[in-house]
Write a protein that binds this ligand. Structure first.
Ligand code: NAD
Length: 347
């Protein structure tokens, strides 16, 4: 049996979920001859001790102590502003890092991190879990196999049921950087094309505190790809019907919708139509449960050198470029070209 010890830093909204998933990984990985153990830390000490006790992990007092304890891989699930320093710390320790999206608050802050990773031969996987979701994987396979023909329209939707705390939103970078960045990533990954222009609009009809911290609660971006194909990316924090993440891909031969199943948070207005009949997902953790587990299993395999990196920092920053352009368009009210691909802070 190969033993892998992961060190997790940050056990807030998503970190707790990762802690539970890592604790449950052995069911999936023991049959492959891999055994995973977990150490974790958070500046909220008492909370971290409780989480550690809940998932049978070891609590460690600081990031420094975690790295010094000889973990094989570092999982970063702290707020976005801390990602650069923690990625750097993991690279300095000479171990693979899994970091939640995004690499940094914006592309300008991310470029020195990319340089540091490259210069020091770091291995860093970024958390765009939709790349592991069965529906998105099937849509990509079908498109790339030519089953859809050429794509004429793409519509990506990400709706939270309720906003996260305003304190979180204040440092999240804005709705496009925090939320729609997943859609920007998946559109690039699925089509193999670059988004070259974004025209964004937003609104604030929910809690005024969201506007007070400079964010919007709902937004829509019209995106144009490098072959002229157009698509829309929309997001809201106020979807009472449930957590709703979908992607419509309409092709010249066939169309598919990711996220259309019995749990879709959408009812038909047509008389006599009972579909969908299930209870909708309420959170991102429920909607992407399978994807988050597969993503963490992939990180363990990356730590063991058994697979390619499924989401590189360069890929994540490419999605962040689109998010930056969307935030700029939202602020300026005009379409914004996605910045030419500057790949280094030194250029
Ligand atoms: N992939 C996804 O679907 C997804 C979903 C939600 C959040 N995220 C990303 O995950 C990150 C965390 O989001 P969240 O909602 O869990 O935030 P959160 O504020 O709920 O949790 C962050 C946790 O990190 C701890 N922390 C902060 N700085 C620390 C430090 N230096 N050392 C140790 N602990 C520290 C905080 O005490 C807190 O418990 C964000 O970057 C966000 O963009 C990704």
């Amino acid at each position: 049996m190969k033993n892998v010890t992961l060190g997790l830093v940050g056990v807030g909204r998503i970190g707790v979920m990762h802690a539970k998933n890592i604790a449950a990984l052995n069911g999936m990985l023991n049959p492959k001859g891999i055994n995973v153990t977990l150490r974790l830390t958070d500046v909220a000490e008492e909370h971290a001790r409780n989480v550690a006790a809940d998932v049978d992990a070891e609590y460690v007092s600081s990031v420094g102590a975690l790295l010094a304890s000889g973990v094989d891989g570092l999982v970063v699930a702290t707020g976005t502003v801390t990602h650069p320093e923690l990625i750097t710390a993991g690279v300095d320790a000479g171990i693979p890092v899994f970091c939640e999206k995004p690499v940094a608050l914006n592309v300008a802050d991310a470029l020195p991190v990319l340089d540091y990773i490259r210069d020091n031969h770091g291995v860093v996987q970024i958390g765009h879990q939709r790349r592991f979701d069965a529906g998105y994987l099937e849509a990509r396979r079908a498109y790339q196999a030519g089953e859809l023909g050429w794509i004429h329209s793409l519509r990506a939707v990400t709706c939270d049921m309720a906003p996260p705390p305003v304190e979180f939103l204040a440092t999240s970078g804005g709705l496009f950087r925090d939320c729609s960045v997943h859609d920007f990533d998946i559109l690039r990954w699925l089509t193999g094309r670059e988004i070259v222009e974004v025209y964004a609009k937003g609104s604030n009809n929910g809690d005024p505190a969201i506007g007070d911290v400079g964010d919007v609660d709902t937004a829509l971006a019209l995106v144009t790809f490098d072959d002229g194909t157009v698509g829309t990316v929309s997001a809201t924090r106020y979807n009472g019907a449930g957590h709703d993440v979908r992607l419509e891909i309409q092709g010249s031969s066939r169309s598919l919708m990711v996220g259309l199943d019995q749990k879709s948070a959408m009812a038909s207005a047509e008389p006599g139509v009972a579909f969908p009949s299930g209870e909708p997902h309420r959170t991102f953790a429920e909607r992407f449960d399978q994807a988050y587990r597969s993503e963490m299993a992939a990180f363990v395999e990356l730590v063991l050198g058994q697979r390619e990196n499924p989401c590189t920092p360069e890929d994540a920053v490419a999605a962040s470029r689109v998010a930056d352009a969307a935030q700029d368009s939202l602020a300026s009210g005009v379409p914004v070209r996605v910045a030419a691909t500057v790949r280094s802070s030194r250029i």
